[in-house]
Design a protein around this ligand. Structure first.
Ligand SMILES: C[S@@+](CC[C@H](N)C(=O)[O-])C[C@H]1O[C@@H](n2cnc3c(N)ncnc32)[C@H](O)[C@@H]1O
Length: 287
């Protein structure tokens, strides 16, 4: 399908996706709309994309709109996605946070999809109970899609999903067979608070998070909306907080509020504003 062949209905749907979530569908992903919508059209007995769009534009079918937007989101995820990043988190960043002297360490997985990322962090915490004595850990995991949050809360993963990134030892230690699927242990799930939330207008508890993972989410945002999300993230990050993006993502050219960490490779830290900069205003504003 060429760009000229995308139907008006496809363009309207892509527009709804962007308006609701910030996600832009590049021309080479527009062709997916038709396939992505097939289950919804079938379930709702709707003949084609044009009929779907006219029902959506009639404006009073909130559930249908949510389901259509949900169907277009890319929810790709896996356990310990990017081994080098999770190796650094395990060996360096989590021990550093555990030794920080804070009573509660707060971690936020923003755009968590079906929960593999939050569970990967939870496994790395539960693996070293000796690091965390005297320190509470809370993992908040949010996503704009209510269907992925429902799946994440269930803690159920297919054989195919657990094969992606989970070693056999971790599988047997933290999951139990449940029919054809695998059930994550209560011990892991109890660490995680899953919530539906939009990164463009976050309503998450206004704590200062010590570690924020926002991975493979901002890739398809426009430059303006990406900046808006970075503003939201920095306002919710602890002064000594860390940010980790996906392997192909960077803050460079997007925000001045985070800088590459010298100590924790692959992570970003909040930029420290020196008092002299505050006086001259050269830091570009205070937070
Ligand atoms: C490709 S998945 C990445 C999942 C996980 N972070 C990882 O790297 O494996 C991107 C997730 O971001 C979510 N998302 C997209 N736009 C969002 C928004 N505006 N607010 C919150 N979540 C959003 C999608 O629903 C999807 O589940």
């Amino acid at each position: 399908m060429t760009e000229a062949e995308f139907s008006g209905a496809m363009r309207v749907l892509a527009g709804l996706l962007e308006a609701r979530t910030g996600q832009q569908l590049a021309a080479n992903r527009m062709w997916r709309i038709e396939t992505a919508m097939k289950p919804l059209l079938r379930a709702q007995n709707i003949a084609n994309l044009e009929d779907l769009v006219s029902r959506l534009l009639s404006g009073d079918e909130r559930h249908l709109l949510d389901a259509a937007v949900d169907a277009m989101l890319n929810n790709e995820s896996s356990f310990f996605r990017d081994l080098s990043t999770f190796g650094m988190i395990e060996r360096e960043l989590l021990p550093h946070l555990a030794a920080s002297g804070k009573q509660t360490v707060r971690i936020w997985c923003a755009g968590c999809s079906t929960g593999q990322e939050a569970l990967s962090i939870a496994m790395l915490i539960r693996k070293y109970p000796e690091h965390w004595s005297g320190c509470r850990v809370q993992i908040l995991a949010t996503d704009i899609s209510s269907s992925v949050i429902a799946r994440a809360r269930s803690g159920l993963y297919s054989q195919m999903e657990v094969q992606r990134g989970l070693g056999i030892n971790d599988l047997l230690r933290w999951f139990e067979p449940a029919g054809d699927d695998w059930q994550a242990s209560r011990d892991l799930l109890d660490l995680i608070d899953y919530r539906v939330d939009n990164l463009l207008e976050p309503l998450v508890p206004p704590f200062h998070y010590d570690l924020i993972l926002c991975r493979n989410v901002l890739l398809y945002f426009s430059v303006e909306l990406r900046r808006k999300v970075f503003d939201n993230l920095v306002s919710l990050a602890a002064a000594d907080g860390h940010l980790i993006l996906g392997a192909g993502e960077t803050v460079m050219g997007q925000t001045d509020d985070f800088v590459a960490s010298r100590d924790f490779r692959g992570s970003y830290e909040r930029r420290i504003i020196h008092p002299a900069q505050m006086r001259t205003g050269s830091a570009g504003g205070l937070r």
